[in-house]
Design a protein around this ligand. Structure first.
Ligand SMILES: [Zn+2]
Length: 84
């Protein structure tokens, strides 16, 4: 299948309700080897909820911009009071 790169514009989606189709999988966790059950969106999960909590904290890839524009300080050898 041919592939190409397209530009996707940024957009915001309002909060809304959506019907999603989930399935309950019975499987063995890859990490702890325990038989477990987990509800997912169609893809068979690999890990149980203990090994991979559903709401794992996301690591932000974007570094916070902490740099602030500083007011410029000019140093001058000329004493303004004497030059007037
Ligand atoms: Zn596990």
């Amino acid at each position: 299948m041919p592939s190409k790169i397209i530009q996707v514009r940024e957009y915001t989606v309002k909060a809304h309700k959506r019907e999603i189709h989930t399935r309950i999988f019975n499987f063995v966790c890859k990490k702890c080897d325990q038989p477990t059950q987990r509800e997912t969106f169609g893809v068979r999960p690999l890990y149980c909820e203990r090994c991979r909590p559903p709401q794992a904290p996301k690591k932000s890839a974007v570094p916070l911009r902490t740099r602030k524009a500083r007011p410029m300080t000019y140093k001058s050898d000329v004493d303004l009071a004497n030059s007037l």
